[in-house]
Design a protein around this ligand. Structure first.
Ligand SMILES: Cc1cc2nc3c(=O)[nH]c(=O)nc-3n(C[C@H](O)[C@H](O)[C@H](O)COP(=O)(O)O)c2cc1C
Length: 346
């Protein structure tokens, strides 16, 4: 599977998820296998252009994550083209445009899914970016803004004509947010209409569903919440495709994932060697850890465990315990207690 000039080792992708798919999480998922591409959390084009540290941090990635796509949001073609250049200078393999975010904070600035309400303008954004960079430009959109206006087929064609190398459709409208179900028939139709690869997104929480969607005629499948519940889901889907029984994951391995995640979050900005991470040229170096770094790590674990616990027996106990942890060492102990003393087989 190729997106423009970029060869993906697998058609299964870690979907962009703001607040969740940071570099540490992406690295761990990638290490478990089956993953063809990771996409960063959405990053503000405005913040990139202005060189805001927090924004640049969201765009950071490490070499072991390649191929990597940096997703940006914004509505101004000139700024989006400038931001695409910055993304290219950071060494990313792909730059992705967010045309799916329904959150008013984003959508009211003519960005995210509100771009779907102005298809000609959306196409100009794509055109400007394609003219500014040599890396592939891709688009992630929804089915439409409302149920009465499911214009993804029209927009997808315009975006293709504007030079996009691939498209992802999350088959819900902005109005639906995350309610109801993703319309995979719509995704399949668009995939058969276009010449460029079309990826589908929505509601794959079991490896069998990932494979079933893949076989429905799309170019690839993005998995979001399913990866947060089960970071092995892409590897298990790859097992199925290869005719193998999907790998079993023990409670100990699940616990180790969280412990490794804590270590990577603690290391972030602290011990990683210079040059290991790809930061934008001119960005001020993020030096000493921010005060409250441990608090940040605890909050990241709370956010992940809200999803991770859904994939586990007695998951609610884990969630409650993690929410009450006051220090990283407490967090480690309760993870060890919950997972490491469990029976080995799952
Ligand atoms: C917590 C969360 C954050 C998300 N953030 C983004 C984002 O930054 N950019 C984006 O294009 N989609 C974002 N999405 C949408 C997902 O990429 C995906 O399309 C959607 O969740 C449907 O797939 P799923 O059912 O596999 O989760 C987010 C979804 C969730 C649950």
């Amino acid at each position: 599977m190729k997106v423009g000039s970029i060869e993906l080792p697998s058609p299964f992708v870690v979907a962009p998820m703001a607040g969740m798919t940071d570099t540490g999480f992406r690295r761990l998922v990638k290490r478990h296998g089956g993953c063809g591409l990771v996409v960063t959390e959405m990053v503000s084009s405005e913040g990139l252009v202005r060189g805001i540290d927090r924004t640049l941090e969201y765009a950071e990635y490490t070499e072991e994550e390649r191929p990597v796509s940096i997703q940006i949001f914004g509505g101004d073609p000139v700024k989006m083209a400038d931001a695409a250049r910055i993304v290219q200078d950071m060494g990313a393999d792909i730059v992705d445009i967010n045309m799916g975010c329904p959150v008013p904070k984003i959508a009211k600035h003519n960005a995210g899914c509100s771009l779907m309400r102005e298809p000609d303008h959306a196409a100009r954004v794509v055109e400007a970016m394609v003219g500014a960079v040599t890396i592939p430009v891709t688009v992630k959109m929804r089915a439409g803004w409302t149920d009465k206006d499911r214009n993804a087929p029209v927009l997808a064609r315009k975006v293709q004509d504007a030079g996009a190398s691939a498209i992802t459709i999350h088959g819900r409208t902005a109005e639906q947010s995350y309610s109801g179900f993703a319309d995979w028939e719509l995704v399949r139709q668009i995939a058969s209409d276009l010449q460029i690869p079309v990826f589908g997104s929505g509601d794959c929480v079991e490896p069998e569903q990932v494979v079933e969607r893949m076989n429905s005629g799309v170019g690839g499948v993005l998995v979001g919440r399913g990866v947060l519940r089960n970071p092995w889901i892409l590897a298990q889907a790859a097992d199925l495709v290869a005719g193998r029984t999907p790998r079993a994951v023990s409670m100990q391995e699940r616990g180790q994932f969280l412990l490794d995640y804590i270590d990577l979050l603690l290391d972030q900005r602290e011990h990683e060697q210079q040059g290991f991470r790809h930061v934008a040229p001119g960005a001020s170096q993020l030096s000493s850890p921010a005060s409250g770094h441990q608090r940040w790590v605890i909050n990241k674990l709370r956010a992940l465990c809200a999803w991770y616990s859904k994939g586990l027996d007695s998951g609610s106990h884990l969630r409650v315990a993690v929410n009450s942890a006051e220090s990283v060492s407490q967090l480690r102990h309760l993870i060890e207690d919950f997972f490491m003393t469990a029976p080995a087989a799952v």
